[in-house]
Structures are given as C-alpha cells and as structure tokens.
Design a protein around this ligand. Structure first.
Ligand code: SAM
Length: 231
C-alpha cells in the first residue's frame, strides 16, 4: 500500500523537529512542499537532499489527481507546509482526503503546531478548547464573533500582527470585559512573548507597542455563573 507521511516542521526554532520526521524526510521518494524555497532551506540545514514538488493552495485542486498517481507509483511521499503541521490553516486537507479515498495510507507524524504551545502557555483552561484558525476578514466575521461570544470553552485564534488591534477591539465589543486574553507572539523564536490581560489592557499595550511577527490569540473560557447561597 502506498503511503503519504504528513510531516510537521518547526514554527520558528529549527531544533523543533523530531528525529522521526528527519528520518522520514530522508527515506521518502519525494516531498510535497507549500513553498519549495522555504522547505529547501530546512532540508539544507539538515543535510537532506530530496526532490521537492510544489503543492500549495493555488494549485491543489488542479494537481491533486496527478499527485495521487505519483504517490501510488512511489515508495512513499511526504507533505510539509512552510511551518507547523500541514492542513492546519495550511494546504494539505484536500490531498489527505483524496489519498484516503484512493487507499493511500496516511501516516501523520506528531510535531509542531502553534496551537498547543499557545493554549498551554496561556495558562487558561486547556481541558477542552476550540480552534477557529483565522477569522474571515469581512463577510461572516460579525456572525463568528457572536457565535464565539456564546462559546464556553477557551478559544484559540490565528491572527496577523496588523489585524491584532482590530481583533482585540472586537473582543472588547462582543465578549465580557473581565475575559482574560493571551497574545502569544513569536513562539519558539528569539522574541517570544506571552502578554496576558483583559482586552482593554492589551489594547492599551499593543497600541503603544505595535506587534510584529506571528501571533496566536487565546481567549479564556467563559466563567461559570457563581452559585448563590440558595442553590
Ligand atoms: N500550520 C501552522 C500550524 O500548525 O500552526 C499554521 C500556519 S498559518 C498559515 C500561520 C499562522 O500560525 C500565523 O499567522 C500565526 O497565527 C500562527 N503561527 C505560526 N507560527 C507561529 C509562531 N512561531 N508564533 C506564533 N504564532 C504562530
């Protein structure tokens, strides 16, 4: 049976790649990459020489059938994205689903993704949480905030630094004032920071100190109403 390995790659610090991921990248016949230049640098760092095939959001619908045939004819292929786990706010889902439909075995390796360090490092409840990825920029954004306002679990969002102020302003508008927010920035990189506070406190901070780099927003779970003496 042919195999597709889903291989997570570092989200910053190049040491954050597992020994198994490196072995698989060395063993497969070819690697499907979101950006062949970015993956080329990673492979060079680890002295791996392997054919790279471009597989990004702009060509995935067109190329998926051809790639499935290539995987079937191979002794195994790997898919990587620029950073983190493929298919998590990155290309990969369509190919994985099509491979399953075509009896190609999917072997998804555990590894880096910005979600887990952000929720765990936030210090907010991580027994259960929701991951929303990037919110829509325009259409459907308001509806999404209204839905998230009702959500009882912690919420993890991806956001770009130039939309952080907009997102914090919306959190202030749609969620309770006392809700704790954590902005996890540049996880695993030199300038990694975790800023925690209410939306008002974080708005004041980030208006003074415009953020740079990559960002995850974590919103603490909705507090359960306190029991009265009579309950
Ligand atoms: N596939 C990736 C994953 O598994 O995390 C996510 C890719 S998505 C295109 C990129 C977004 O992930 C960024 O805009 C940011 O929200 C988040 N992200 C990725 N790396 C990060 C880092 N080192 N620190 C903080 N956020 C990060």
């Amino acid at each position: 049976m042919s195999k597709l390995y889903v291989v997570p790659t570092p989200i910053g610090n190049l040491e954050d790649i597992t020994l198994r991921s490196l072995r698989i990248l060395k063993e497969v016949d070819f690697i499907l990459a979101e950006d062949t230049r970015t993956t080329g640098k990673l492979l060079k760092h680890y002295d791996i020489s392997k054919p790279l095939v471009a597989h990004h959001i702009h060509n995935e619908h067109k190329s998926v059938a051809r790639i499935v045939d290539q995987i079937k004819a191979s002794n195994g292929a790997a898919i990587v994205s620029d950073a983190g786990t493929p298919a998590i706010s990155d290309p990969g889902f369509l190919l994985i689903r099509t491979c399953i439909e075509n009896d190609i075995e999917i072997i998804c390796l555990p590894g880096p993704s910005a979600i887990i360090p952000a929720i765990v490092g936030s210090g907010f409840s991580c027994d259960s949480f929701v991951f929303e990825g990037f919110l829509p920029h325009k259409k459907g954004r308001q509806t999404k905030w209204k839905m998230l306002a009702e959500e009882k679990r912690s919420i993890v969002l991806y956001e770009s630094p130039h939309r952080l102020i907009k997102a914090l302003t919306e959190i202030k508008e749609y969620l309770e004032e006392e809700r704790q927010i954590c902005v996890a920035r540049e996880i695993s990189k030199i300038h990694e920071t975790y800023h925690r506070g209410t939306s008002t406190e974080l708005l004041a901070y980030f208006t003074e100190n415009p953020p740079k780099g990559e960002i995850v927003i974590v919103i603490s779970a909705k507090e359960k109403p306190k029991k009265s003496k009579h309950d």
